[in-house]
Structure formats: C-alpha cells, structure tokens
Design a protein around this ligand. Structure first.
Ligand SMILES: *[C@@H]1O[C@H](CO)[C@@H](O)[C@H](O)[C@H]1NC(C)=O
Ligand SMILES: *[C@@H]1O[C@H](CO)[C@@H](O)[C@H](O)[C@H]1NC(C)=O
Ligand SMILES: *[C@@H]1O[C@H](CO)[C@@H](O)[C@H](O)[C@H]1NC(C)=O
Length: 260
C-alpha cells in the first residue's frame, strides 16, 4: 500500500510537471496582448508581474515601471508581436504617432519557468522625438505596407539561421566580412527609425569599429521568420537599440531598427 501510494504520487507529480513544462505560442501572445492593453491604458494593473525578482528595463537601464513609458495612455496605430517558445519570450513593436509625445516601442517580455501567465521581465527600447531618425508617422507609413504574415512551412528559416543573421547584422560594424555572410533578398527593405533603404543590402558597413554591439537579448519566431535583438549599439556609441530582421525563404526581406 505504501509503495502504491508512493508510485501514485510520483505519477501525479510527473503529470503536473508536464502540464506546466511547455511554453506555448498562445500563452506568449496573450501576455504580449496584456502589454499592448497596458500601453493603451497607461496602466500596469492588467499585467501579471512576478511578485519576486521582476525586472523592468527601459532603454537598457533598470527603471521603475510606474515612472516609465507605461505611465501614460498611448493611442496605438500599429502593434505586432512575435513569440519564441524556446526562450519563452515575446517581442512586440508598437507605433503611436498621434499623441502629444509620439513613440515607437520595441519590447521583449520574458516568463519564469515557462509559465506565460507570469511576466518576469519587461525590456523596452522607447524611441521618441529626438531619437535616431525619429518620425513615427513616416515609420508607420512604411511598416503598415509590409507583409508579416505567417510563412508557409517550406519558407520558414531555422532558429539557427535567424540567430546567425541577427548576429551577423550586428557584427557588420566590427567584422569586415559579416555583411557578406547575410543572405540579402533582392526585394529587401530596411527601415531605420524612419529612414528607408531599398534594397537593404546596398551601402553596408564593413568593419571599422573596435567595439562590438553588446548585451544582446533575442526573441526568435520561425513561423514569421523573425529575429529581434535588443542590444547596446556600442560600435557607434552605447545607444539603446532594437534590430528586427525578417527572413523569407532563406533571404532577408525586412530590417527594422529602433535606436534611442
Ligand atoms: C519550456 O518549453 C520549451 C518549449 O516547449 C521546452 O523546449 C523547454 O524544455 C521548456 N523548459 C522548461 C524549463 O520547462
Ligand atoms: C532574478 O532575475 C535575474 C535576471 O532577470 C536572473 O538572472 C535570476 O536568476 C533571477 N533569480 C531568481 C531567484 O529567480
Ligand atoms: C493590435 O494589433 C491587432 C492585429 O493587427 C489588432 O487587431 C488590435 O486591435 C491592435 N490593438 C490595438 C490596441 O491597437
């Protein structure tokens, strides 16, 4: 009887572990949507923040979430989220162009132990008037026209390729050969702040800086071919930065940079 109970406990315990083990896409996108709602409302009440060890970062600095960009309501013109079930993290881009203070926000959310109902980290790059090439209306105009639809399975890049492309992109300023390792698409578009370059593989850096772009945080979503990397853009001088790249059928299609 004792042995039987022990076995039963082990089985039940195992089942409970399995049930909470998976980080799901639905859970990640639900959490990302709670963040979009918080930005709209300018209130954090609807965010289920971890009660211990919650981290809020704004422009690469630890900050008080109650005093940051989430403390005012914003009218959202565009939001788009990607989900990384391996890192249990999401990335959300928000453009707010019509308020007193326009914003373009790049946010990564992270969750503890694959539990998407709890948010352990909110990490935001918040570009506004005065940020690099900032013009939210112009950025919105370009990005609204892009197609970020789910890719057919045969056109999805692997996680490894996305990580490699994200890293090679950020390495171009320090590694003279990095640009040539990136599979540029012929129809590729690059929107840096509000500056459009097409095709995006033209006029690229080939080394020159000795300081690598550091402190990289990744969100990778193969289903839409996206890698977003938040970093310190140290190669040109410690700028808080987000680079997102979309890869379709093995080739780079879009690049977005948000730099403060
Ligand atoms: C979290 O979920 C992912 C994807 O389902 C899985 O690969 C990983 O092992 C899980 N990690 C933990 C700590 O349960
Ligand atoms: C607290 O958060 C930091 C950074 O987010 C992490 O490295 C650390 O493991 C966390 N500690 C606990 C006890 O969860
Ligand atoms: C966010 O984007 C989704 C998908 O385009 C849209 O349905 C939703 O209304 C947007 N949310 C806000 C607050 O604008």
């Amino acid at each position: 009887m004792g042995a039987f109970l022990l076995t039963l406990t082990t089985i039940l315990g195992g089942a409970a572990t399995l049930a909470s083990a998976d980080c799901t896409r639905e859970g990640l996108l639900a959490a990302a949507n709670s963040y979009v709602a918080a930005v709209t409302a300018g209130k954090i009440d609807g965010l289920n923040l971890a009660t211990t060890n919650f981290t809020y970062q704004e422009n690469n600095k630890k900050a008080d979430i109650k005093k940051g960009v989430l403390s005012q309501p914003l009218k959202i013109d565009l939001n788009r989220s990607t989900a990384d079930t391996v890192a249990c993290a999401s990335y959300t881009m928000i453009i707010s162009s019509t308020g007193a203070k326009p914003y373009v926000l790049a946010a990564q959310l992270r969750h503890p132990g694959n539990d998407t109902t709890v948010i352990s980290t909110i990490d935001i790059i918040a570009a506004t008037t005065g940020s690099l090439f900032f013009n939210a209306k112009q950025t919105l105009g370009y990005i609204q026209k892009e197609d970020w639809g789910t890719l057919a399975p045969e056109n999805r890049p692997s996680r490894e390729l996305l990580k490699k492309v994200g890293d090679a992109y950020l390495d171009m300023w320090t590694d003279a050969k990095a640009a040539d390792t990136i599979p540029w698409g012929t129809q590729c578009e690059r929107v840096e702040g509000s500056a459009l370059t097409r095709p995006c593989g033209g006029s690229l850096p080939h080394g020159g800086s000795t300081k690598p772009n550091g402190n990289r945080r990744y969100v990778i979503d193969e289903t839409v071919g996206s890698v977003d990397v938040l970093c310190s853009f140290d190669s040109l001088g410690n700028y808080p930065d987000s680079h997102e790249v979309r890869v379709e059928a093995g080739k780079v299609k879009y690049v977005h940079t948000i730099t403060v």
